[in-house]
Design a protein around this ligand. Structure first.
Ligand SMILES: [Zn+2]
Length: 243
């Protein structure tokens, strides 16, 4: 077993594993989060609309009550006016006129109330119609995006399957001990077990830790796996593989 050859195989394997890692991240974390946000956003808007519609319904009922009240009060004014002719004394007559004036003032106030309620309802009704349309558009968009994300999930499954087959083929050819070390590291290092050292800056390509000259020399010898002291990833120099 020539370790340098094995490391080159790991570099190729890492490319496949990084793709798998990113796809799994998208599948298990990002897409479910997007789906949840999408659903919550729509549900919340829908709920707001339902609350608004319920308030509008209540306002319409209240307006109806006020209209009935107004009709009753107007009827009462007419009835009271009718009583004027049955009164015998001027004092009673004056008292009845005062009563009528007071009732008319009530009617007038109530009329203003009804007009205002009508105005408010008209505005709210317009707003409700607009929001209903907006909500329908939103639902359409939501369903479309949901379908899109679900088909992306299915595509990801296919891609992962293909990549895993590719991985298995590469692994067959790698020394068991070297692969075991790599596989152990990759599980705890965000899907990345091997890191290139930039020969110009002498930094670890994964964590940016500066390498000592001694470490660089050790890497170049390729007689043992050299790990980054900081992020504990297998190190290599791309130049050594014409990469
Ligand atoms: Zn590092």
């Amino acid at each position: 077993m020539v370790l340098k050859d094995e490391i080159y195989k790991l570099v190729q394997l890492q490319e496949v594993d990084s793709e798998i890692y990113n796809l799994k991240l998208r599948k298990d974390t990002e897409i479910p989060k997007e789906l949840t946000n999408l659903k919550n956003g729509f549900e919340s808007r829908k709920k707001d609309f339902e609350i608004f519609s319920e308030k509008l319904k209540q306002s319409q009922l209240k307006k109806k009550e006020k209209e009935l009240d107004l009709a009753a009060k107007e009827e009462n004014v007419k009835k009271t006016q009718g009583q004027l002719f049955q009164l015998k004394s001027n004092k009673e007559y004056q008292a009845k006129l005062t009563e009528i004036a007071s009732l008319k003032a009530d009617v007038s106030l109530l009329e203003e109330d009804v007009i205002k309620a009508l105005d408010d309802i008209e505005n709210a009704d317009k707003k409700a119609k607009e929001e209903k349309q907006a909500l329908a558009n939103e639902e359409k968009k939501y369903k479309e995006t949901e379908t899109q994300l679900n088909s992306e999930l299915a595509e990801i499954d296919t891609k992962i399957k293909t990549l895993e087959e590719k991985k298995n083929n590469l692994v067959k050819d790698i020394d068991k001990n070297v692969f075991a070390k790599y596989e152990k590291l990759i599980k705890t290092r965000s899907g990345r077990a091997i890191a290139a050292v930039n020969i110009n800056t002498e930094n670890c390509g994964a964590c940016n830790m500066r390498m000592t000259a001694q470490t660089i020399n050790e890497i170049k010898m390729y007689d043992k796996l050299v790990l980054c002291e900081n992020c504990v990833r297998i190190l290599y120099l791309p130049e050594d593989f014409n990469l």
